[in-house]
Design a protein around this ligand. Structure first.
Ligand SMILES: [Zn+2]
Ligand SMILES: [Zn+2]
Length: 262
């Protein structure tokens, strides 16, 4: 079957997505509506994924794709236009110098190896004078971090950094290859997991929002793979009063038994 042709509404939608980098689910729906109304194209409010599939069929030969992902913090849906032809960090090279990219890569190393998905600004800024080809002053490194947050590569909360969903969507392949063995895919949604809890018995990982959704429907929190009890989850919910199924990023991060090893 030949794919349905793209309309001007699709083109407009893709241009906006390209400019924005990443768009939250309801904003993507609003954008679809605007584009359809502007170009007088039939609009169905609950058919965003179908609308995107039409675009994706046309984008495939160009090695591009609109990808949908869930925020690791709150489980919200996000969309990003991903270039599958560009490898690793080529897509960032126009915005950042070699040393700045080096800082970003080292920050990713810290985040991925933390076991919790977070790196502190102190730890990141301590890397500034080891960067190649050019060292950075802490002030400069702070500015680079600010720009990485602004461009939605990193998220920051109270001095702790993690990967933005945009970064995960765009660099998923790189992260999976480069950190083979130390990163997991979520057992529930099958997407790459940076902030996760891991089963101590069988080693499967789940995102915090996926875990909340999964265990919210169970009488007893048991691992979906090995069926052993998931004690950390019980502790988290009983001590922190975590609300199911959704909780704010702060709650999920500040639980006393969180996976962060400090
Ligand atoms: Zn998940
Ligand atoms: Zn297990």
């Amino acid at each position: 079957m030949t794919p349905a042709p793209m309309s001007d509404a699709h083109r407009h939608f893709l241009q906006a997505l390209l400019a924005l980098g990443v768009v939250e689910g309801s904003a993507a729906g609003a954008l679809q509506r605007q584009c359809c109304e502007l170009h007088r194209v039939y609009y169905a409010h609950d058919k965003l994924d179908d609308f995107i599939n039409v675009a994706n069929a046309q984008l495939q030969p160009l090695l591009m794709e609109v990808r949908k992902g869930l925020s690791e913090e709150n489980g919200g849906t996000y969309y990003a236009l991903v270039n599958l032809a560009e490898t690793e960090f080529t897509k960032m090279a126009s915005d950042y110098s070699e040393s700045e990219l080096e800082l970003f890569k080292k920050t990713m190393d810290l985040i991925v190896s933390s076991g919790s998905g977070f790196a502190s600004s102190t730890d990141i800024l301590n890397l500034a004078d080891q960067l190649k080809p050019k060292k950075m002053k802490k002030k400069e490194a702070e500015q680079v971090l600010r720009s990485l947050v602004q461009n939605k590569w990193l998220c920051e909360q109270e001095g702790e950094y993690t990967l933005h969903i945009r970064c995960i969507l765009e660099l998923e392949q790189y992260i999976l290859c480069h950190y083979q063995g130390s990163v997991h895919k979520c057992h529930v949604c099958h997407c790459l997991c940076i902030q996760s809890q891991v089963c101590k018995d069988c080693g499967i990982a789940m995102h915090l929002p996926c875990l909340a959704k999964y265990f919210g429907a169970q009488a007893e929190p048991r691992c979906p793979h090995c069926k052993q009890l998931w004690p950390r989850w019980m502790l988290d919910t009983s001590t922190a009063g975590l609300r199911l199924p959704s909780h704010t990023p702060k709650e999920s991060r500040r639980t006393p038994t969180s996976t962060r090893q400090r």
